[in-house]
Design a protein around this ligand. Structure first.
Ligand code: FAD
Length: 387
């Protein structure tokens, strides 16, 4: 049989530069050799593979736009990583797109000098601590973790929940409400500080390789030099959250490409009634639906990336529409893929079960499906239905 066509059916990759295509191919080799053979085992045992970080760092992929790559390359990089291992991609985007990017955007010269090179090279790792046990979707207005000024220090009290990389990171970008002014402040908190207690969240059915933590802060003393002076309201974090939300929408693309990869290979191999599954019309219809969903999502994200490259930025409501749309398509795509593997689709021995389960986390984090829908809904009607 002739080689089957690439999953990038409309060849979006041809829009990349030669340098970018070469880098993507380096990433693919790393993923094929160092990640794909182990990803199911890491997921099943809920173990984070710290040992691969030096190899990942050698690829020099931290915050690509800061290094002169296009936004399209940045998105395809996250999609490709997700296509092999959603958990690794999530580690990557929490560390680079939130922690490192925040140092680029908000760090003082002294903070950058002290942390940036080590963070970009993964010699230190970071987390992003915003969500709280009682405040998820409404954390902007509802945040109860406080920061109180005490001489040249700040004293932090409160708790955070779901913090990715939280069990092992060296630093967390932590958000707290100024007890005196009520404004939100951002701190680069040394995770080994006295009064920081981290507890791993157990029993997850998605992104099991990612180490999520509950964080308890009891009279944690942070020097003023570890505050981001450029953050004075929650609005100041918007550009940062916009960037990471875009990357999560790119994850929804990668998740669909992965589901299609696995389902197509299975349908071609597996025989029933004396013929390959792929020969049945209803099976072909499901595969076409999956590829259509993935391609529509990819096209939407590629257009947003073009706008970013042309104009420097896009609007939060444009990103919200993309996150809401791509994750809806993703849920349908992974469910079809799960179905096409029959009973094997629910076994963790087959990649599809991991792809199916991990999609649920993508659906919820970086603004749940409903919150992103309501942000887009507010923009197109002029009426807010969030509150
Ligand atoms: C695997 C994983 C990793 C994460 N990593 C991080 C991290 O690194 N750092 C971090 O800070 N946070 C992280 N989060 C937290 C994530 O951002 C929150 O889970 C998310 O914002 C939703 O908050 P919640 O879980 O408290 O749900 P809730 O806000 O309680 O929402 C529950 C349900 O109600 C719906 N809902 C809420 N308000 C409305 C409304 N006004 N209208 C309609 N529906 C509504 C939601 O859409 C959802 O379906 C992570 C979460 C997960 C699952």
């Amino acid at each position: 049989m002739n080689a089957l066509p690439a999953v990038d059916f409309y060849d979006f990759e041809s829009m990349l530069s030669t340098r970018e295509r070469a880098k993507l191919s380096e990433l693919r080799s790393f993923l094929a050799q160092d990640v794909a053979p182990h990803a199911d085992a890491w997921w099943t045992s809920a173990t984070f593979p710290s040992e691969i970080l030096p190899r990942l760092a050698e690829l020099q992929l931290s915050t690509p736009v800061q290094q002169g790559y296009s936004h399209l390359f940045t998105g395809l990089l996250i999609a490709e990583m997700t296509r092999t291992d959603t958990s690794l991609a999530t580690f990557f985007l929490v560390h680079h797109d939130l922690f490192v990017e925040s140092l680029h955007q908000f760090g003082t010269q002294e903070q950058k000098h002290r942390l940036l090179a080590d963070a970009m090279a993964l010699r230190i790792t970071g987390a992003f601590a915003l969500t709280e046990p009682e405040h998820g979707s409404d954390v902007a207005g509802g945040m109860v973790t406080t920061a109180r000024r005490s001489g040249s220090d700040w004293i932090l009290n409160g708790s955070k929940r779901w913090i990715g990389n939280g069990t092992f990171c060296d630093y967390m970008l932590l958000w707290a409400r100024d007890a005196d002014t009520g404004q939100v402040r951002g701190f680069v908190l040394d995770a080994s500080s006295a009064g920081v207690q981290r507890t791993r969240i157990e029993h997850k059915i998605a992104l099991r390789t990612v180490q999520n933590a509950n964080i308890q802060l009891t009279d944690v003393r942070v020097p003023e030099r570890d505050r981001f002076p450029g953050i004075n309201t929650f609005q100041d974090t918007n550009q940062l959250l916009l960037g990471s939300r875009l990357m999560v929408a790119w994850q929804a693309v990668g998740q669909q490409l992965a589901a299609f990869d696995v389902a197509r290979a299975y349908a071609v191999e597996r025989r029933q009634f004396g013929r390959p599954l792929a020969s049945f019309q209803l099976v072909q219809q499901q595969l076409v639906q999956m590829l259509g969903n993935a391609t529509a999502s990819l096209a939407m994200m590629a257009r947003l990336a073009q706008l970013q490259d042309e104009r420097g930025s896009v609007q939060m409501e444009q990103v919200a529409l993309a996150k809401a749309f791509t994750t809806t398509r993703m849920r349908e795509t992974v469910a079809l893929g799960r179905n096409l593997l029959g009973g094997n689709g629910i076994l963790t021995d087959y990649r599809m079960a991991r792809i199916f389960s991990d999609a649920e986390a993508i659906y919820t984090y970086e603004g749940s499906h409903e919150i992103n829908t309501l942000i887009a809904g507010r923009a197109i009607t002029g009426v807010s239905a969030i509150l």
